[in-house]
Design a protein around this ligand. Structure first.
Ligand SMILES: [Zn+2]
Ligand SMILES: [Zn+2]
Length: 885
């Protein structure tokens, strides 16, 4: 029963973090304390990038998940939280490439195989950072089921899905406009493009019209070098100004190429001159327009950002140098009409900041429409529910406007596309394993497609690939569909929607039943946290400083659905004070247990207290009946709150119970009870039971502190659960509610609180015992009389009790139940009278002063109105104060 004086979480948090894992209690269905039957609760982690380390957003996400998972486990569900990491194609390739560059090695020189080997080596060394951090922070994952998106099993699932989608005609190869990074040498997703607002230019270029003797049209562009690849100019079909151009051609300057004028809504009559150039190979909108009109695509910029042979005299120049030369040449030929400053949103590669080049290339695509239809239906029919519900609309908007998904990436790190190119006949064979010969020509020289899959392709399979699919495993049968997904809104499309599409397609059922979208963690000024602002909170620093439980509690207190979470140093400090408060309560209990040699025990539920009350052999103290009743109400509130993701309500309910009921009142009343009858009564067992139950209620929110105290409390090691984490979660029981006890303690609290207020108002020393009278003509009088000793101790007031109406008194407070009058001692009254007289005197002088100035016309004439107004206000305040005194 030894307990340290001060709450020092660092002393026990690392121990429990490791013990939880060693004990195996988080292993779903096969752990020593887990259920393999009954209700199932399963959840897969949004797999953090293998390159990642924990940031505060992860900590919020993992805390919310952990609260729900721990709660479910304590409810007795067969509970699985499946952890793992994502191989994160481009992110990881960049990290390792950079590391090699520091050693003076260009990764391309190593060759693909050797490079992949280096990445695996890197993963073995540094890839587990985030796992270790999660363990440290007490995430109750089943680490025996940890997965990595490039595991052999998951890779097999990826190939299987690819082949089946291809067989169904839902995967195809095609030309498409992609975001290309000339430096990273790969197509990148929209998510990987960072848009920067920059000051650019709009160049107006004249194109001579053929057959109209010297007439020109002017087009405007922010990227003049792309004109070398123009294959048309477009005008709006209804633009009255250009009716004369219908059916004509223009001469492309510098290239001396004749190109048609096409009628297309790409040209906006309101914008610029109403004539636009069409470059199908270098602009996404032009690409579509080119398709509509059957225009050729002339690629003038290559994968390295250099001009191609098709750029004629500009071939092999860097794209920015080519821009400069094009402008010089246009200028010298008098074809540059004007230049304007023009703000533009420049797309840059999020990894290396190189301006992205839209390029047409041959890529692999998933035809998403048929998949999306089923995923929309799943939400419409309520089989997938978004919380907060407003995300449903966002989901629909995206799904209804879905475009085909470009899944190939020109990287080395990732799932290589299971397609082989016949070197003889150019046949492309999609297969689960490398085919021995070409099915078309029989040749045996087949080369695998060099591209890898978009990293979201494998994470889209995560809810079923991690459970063993394509094998029909027991895990898959038990834990799919998962019950819940908790994630951020930023990957709603990239990840959540794809899991919905692929889960329904391959499992015939939704991957999760509920999706809870959490908010962002912001600083005290509600600013987003960022390295540049310097306001980033590092979870590993603050958890060491304040304790993991305190940081969790601080996060949970702000975690209301649909709002962002403000995390401040003050909030973490006060959460630590909260933990300390509980620690001190435990200390009091432990020291008394030791003194009175009481056997603690663990009741299974709140119900177990009742026999103590029912035996009738011992009177159950009213404060015990009260604390059970309050605990019961708290249990009801917290269960409901966690169930509906109102983590903030759960945190606040627990806080209010522990601090304002258990510590501030119950423990204080108990101290009084122990003084009265030297400790040993039925109430003592009840006290421990109430504390033990309250710890279980708090456990999901503050797992370390509660485990530490619970393990010390429960000595009956033979029959109790091994850990509080697998002990039953307290549930509301109607029969525990005790309104009579609540009323009685309510009256007691009112009396003590009022006595304290009166004392403060009269500026009386708290150490000085006062006398008072409690007047009441109902049962509150008997209640107060019963608790006279406690009131005397808690408020330091000795009361007299009178069943009559109270006389008028300055030191009185009233409720509907009673009037409380404090007798201010004679000496105190005299001192107080003097103090008041002195204050009145000073106030009187100030008032006179103000009056004099405000009646002085000369002063009023030159004083600013603001000053006069504030003096008038001050005068009114002083008058009011004087009246009060
Ligand atoms: Zn890049
Ligand atoms: Zn062939």
């Amino acid at each position: 029963m030894q307990i340290e004086k001060v709450y020092e979480p660092q002393r026990f948090e690392p121990h429990w973090a490791q013990w939880w894992i060693d004990s195996g209690i988080f292993r779903a269905g096969r752990g020593p304390a887990s259920r393999s039957s009954g209700r199932v609760f399963s959840l897969v982690i949004p797999p953090p990038n293998v390159t990642g380390s924990l940031h505060i957003g992860h900590m919020l996400e993992h805390t919310e998940i952990d609260v729900t998972v721990r709660w479910r486990r304590m409810l007795g569900d067969n509970t699985l939280w499946l952890p793992g990491t994502d191989h994160a194609g481009i992110a990881t390739q960049m990290v390792v490439a950079r590391k090699l560059a520091e050693e003076g090695i260009n990764y391309r020189d190593l060759g693909r195989e050797e490079f992949e080997k280096r990445v695996w080596e890197w993963k073995a060394q540094s890839g587990d950072t985030i796992k270790h951090q999660m363990v440290q922070l007490g995430a109750s994952c089943d680490w025996s089921r940890e997965r990595f998106t490039l595991d052999p099993g998951l890779s097999r699932a990826v190939r299987e899905v690819f082949v089946r989608l291809h067989e169904k005609g839902l995967i195809y190869r095609g030309e498409y406009m992609v975001n290309w990074c000339p430096s990273c040498h790969t197509a990148i997703s929209d998510l990987e493009v960072a848009h920067a607002d920059v000051q650019g230019h709009m160049w107006h270029i004249r194109y001579p019209v053929n057959g109209l003797g010297g007439r020109t049209v002017t087009v405007a562009t922010t990227r003049p070098e792309t004109m070398l690849g123009d294959t048309a100019v477009a005008i709006h079909p209804k633009d009255q100004r250009y009716l004369g151009l219908h059916g004509r051609t223009v001469q492309l300057p510098l290239m001396d190429r004749e190109i048609p004028v096409v009628l297309d809504e790409l040209a906006d009559p309101e914008f610029g001159t109403g004539v636009v150039k069409v470059t199908p190979a270098h602009d996404a909108n032009d690409f579509e327009a080119g398709r509509r009109h059957g225009l050729p695509k002339i690629q003038v910029i290559d994968e390295n950002g250099r001009m191609t042979a098709a750029a004629g005299p500009y071939a092999s120049l860097d794209r920015f140098e080519a821009r400069r030369r094009v402008l010089v040449d246009l200028e010298s030929q008098g074809l540059l009409a004007k230049v304007e400053d023009y703000p533009l949103s420049l797309g840059k590669c999020a990894r290396c900041s190189t301006p992205v080049e839209p390029l047409v290339s041959t890529q692999w695509f998933v035809k998403t429409k048929p998949l999306a239809e089923k995923a929309i239906e799943a939400v419409e029919s309520g089989r997938i529910v978004f919380i907060p519900a407003n995300w449903t609309k966002t989901y629909y908007e995206w799904m209804y406007n879905i475009r085909d998904w470009c899944i190939s990436r020109q990287l080395w790190w990732g799932h290589r596309i299971p397609a082989w190119h016949c070197q003889e006949c150019r046949e492309i064979v999609v297969a689960r394993e490398k085919p021995a010969t070409c099915p078309r020509c029989g040749a045996s020289h087949l080369v695998q497609d060099p591209d890898v899959l978009d990293t979201w392709f494998s994470s889209g399979l995560w809810p079923f690939s991690t459970l063993g699919w394509p094998d029909q495993t027991e895990d898959l049968a038990t834990y799919y569909p998962t019950s819940l997904l908790i994630t951020g809104f930023d990957i709603l499309f990239f990840w959540v929607a794809r899991m919905a599409m692929l889960g329904i397609e391959f499992m015939g059922d939704v991957p999760f039943r509920q999706v809870y979208i959490h908010g962002l963690v912001r600083d005290a000024e509600r600013q987003k946290m960022s390295k540049t602002r310097g306001n980033v909170i590092d979870p590993l620093v603050v958890t060491v400083k304040h304790g993991t439980d305190a940081v969790r509690m601080a996060l949970l207190q702000g975690a209301a659905p649909g709002t962002d979470i403000v995390l401040t140093e003050e909030r973490m400090e006060s959460s630590r004070a909260f933990a300390n408060k509980i620690w001190n309560a435990a200390r009091f209990l432990f020291l008394n247990m030791e003194r009175s040699a009481v056997e603690p025990w663990v009741p299974e539920s709140l119900e177990r207290f009742l026999p103590e009350a029912d035996t009738g052999t011992l009177e159950v103290p009213v404060e015990d009946r009260w604390i059970f009743s309050r605990l019961n109400a708290c249990a009801e509130e917290v269960n409901r709150a966690i169930e509906s993701y109102r983590y903030h309500d759960a945190a606040q309910g627990l806080w209010a119970f522990f601090w304002h009921e258990f510590c501030d009142w119950y423990i204080e009343l108990k101290k009084q009870r122990f003084r009265e009858n030297s400790g040993l009564d039925a109430g003592w067992r009840n006290t421990l039971a109430a504390f033990e139950t309250a710890l279980r209620l708090l456990h999901p929110a503050m797992p370390f502190l509660t485990e530490e105290l619970w393990q010390r409390l429960a000595t009956d090691r033979a029959t109790r659960p091994v850990s509080i984490a697998v002990a039953p979660y307290p549930q509301y029981r109607q029969q525990v509610t005790d309104y009579e006890a609540e009323r009685e303690i309510g009256i007691l609290r009112d009396i003590v609180t009022m006595a304290r207020t009166l004392r403060t108002e009269n500026q009386l020393d708290p150490r000085q015992q006062l006398e008072g009278v409690l007047y009441s003509r109902n049962s509150a009088l008997q209640v107060a009389q019963r608790h006279a000793a406690a009131i005397q101790k808690l408020a330091n007031v000795k009361l007299e009790f009178k069943a009559e109406a109270a006389p008028k008194s300055p030191a009185m407070r009233s409720t509907a139940q009673f009037d409380l009058v404090l007798q201010v001692p004679e000496a105190q009254q005299e001192a107080q009278r003097k103090r008041v007289e002195k204050e009145k005197d000073q106030l009187g002088k100030s008032i006179a002063n103000l009056r004099r100035q405000l009646e002085d016309d000369a002063f009023l004439a030159k004083a600013p109105a603001k000053v006069v107004e504030s003096m008038r206000q001050k005068l009114a305040d002083y008058d009011a104060q004087l009246l009060k005194l």
